[in-house]
Design a binder for this molecule. Structure first.
Ligand code: TYM
Length: 348
């Protein structure tokens, strides 16, 4: 892939990020994304957050469940602290600029770039790639469209999205070069803090994921306090006490994961957690982690289920967010049509 070309940064700071409503939100989504979305909003930056329902259908979704999970994810965002008055919160399919720009990017991006995406390779590994949807292959071009339809300059994500964001930069660079413009910003990924790679509670070498067949491997934002506590107490660990420095966790992925999760939940560094718990057995550390997780997550869970009692209000919020999102994205995509030479006689 081409090296990013440094273009002068003339774009106002705008944050965009998205989450797929293809399953319940997990602790990984919360620590790697949602909690950090709230921080960016609270720093007073312009923030646009999207439930990417069009990405979700790259693998088949039951329509009723997709609707339910989209509302549940919206409730999760609001319960976690996203304020729809300060952030724009909407679902992707309500703003057609995403799909329109994605098609244009399908014509900018190269097959080879897509084929090198590790998520594509992982999802089709050992399976019949020919049977995967074309949408799954083109998925990163839609993601680039999500971001660039807003000329977003910064995208907070977990580590697993880094390669997709590099591709977004490549698409922006190629578009700018192909058409001789400085139209799209070269977006910066924002991957910071201890929670950007939360691992499975059953296997510290695997990412915590909503698609893992074992529910014990993850904390769902819909889990009640008792379930959260039990899952942490039963999390896989080794039999050694916690070491006195981070180096001592190098070959202990399960232990390292729990220390990182503690740090991310408590807004501490992993170093500070180790300093507090040096020499502690898991019999001490796990209950402390379980209590911390319950204290931080229970209010969110409770608020989420309260919000879910009024789905019409959630739909109203998403509709209002979509109108505000459209007001930004529409003129940007209209300008793209103009740049690439499409006649827009009904739009002048
Ligand atoms: P998705 O829906 O898989 O995950 C949403 C966000 O949660 C982060 N995340 C994690 N972070 C830490 N540890 C984990 N175990 C973990 N699991 C998930 C992800 O990194 C992500 O930030 N392609 C994206 C959605 C998307 C998007 C976008 C993101 C579509 N368009 C534009 C940013 C900008 C995805 O599938 O995320």
């Amino acid at each position: 892939m081409s090296e990013p070309v440094q273009t002068p940064q003339t774009f106002p700071t705008r944050i965009f990020s998205g989450i797929q409503p293809s399953g319940g939100l997990t602790l990984g989504n919360y620590l790697g994304a949602l909690k950090r979305f709230v921080q960016k909003q609270d720093e007073g930056i312009e923030t646009v957050y999207c439930l990417v329902d069009m990405h979700a259908i790259t693998v088949w979704q039951d329509p009723a469940r997709l609707r339910q999970q989209t509302r549940e994810a919206a409730a999760g965002f609001i319960a976690a602290g996203i304020d729809p008055a300060r952030s724009i919160l909407f679902n992707q399919s309500q703003v057609t600029a995403h799909a329109e720009l994605a098609w244009i990017f399908n014509c900018v991006a190269r097959m080879g770039w897509m084929g090198r995406m590790t998520q594509w390779k992982d999802k089709t590994a050992g399976k019949n790639a020919e049977a995967a949807s074309l949408g799954l292959f083109a998925y990163p071009a839609l993601m680039a469209a999500d971001i660039l339809a807003y000329k977003a300059t910064h995208v907070p994500v977990g580590e697993d999205q880094k390669q997709h964001l590099e591709l977004t930069r490549d698409i922006a660079i190629k578009f700018n070069n192909d058409y001789g413009v400085n139209f799209f910003p070269i977006t910066e990924p924002v991957i910071e803090g201890a929670g950007t790679r939360v691992m499975s509670l059953r296997d510290g070498t695997k990412k915590m994921s909503k698609s893992d067949p074992s529910d014990q491997s993850r904390i769902n934002l819909t889990d009640d306090a008792d379930t959260i506590s039990k899952k942490f107490r039963k999390a896989k660990t080794d039999s050694e006490p916690l070491p006195s420095d981070l180096d001592g966790l190098k070959d202990r992925p399960d232990a390292r994961n729990l220390v990182n999760v503690y740090a991310a939940l408590a807004d501490m560094t992993p170093e500070a957690v180790i300093a507090d718990y040096a020499g502690a057995q898991f019999g001490t550390f796990k209950p402390a982690l379980a209590d911390l997780a319950v204290a931080k997550l229970s209010p969110i869970t409770t608020k989420m289920s309260h919000l879910m009692q009024d789905p019409a209000e959630i739909d109203r919020i998403l509709g209002e967010g979509a109108d505000r999102a459209n007001a930004i994205a529409r003129p940007i995509v209209d300008e793209v049509y103009d740049i690439i030479g499409m006649i827009r006689s009904r739009h002048v």
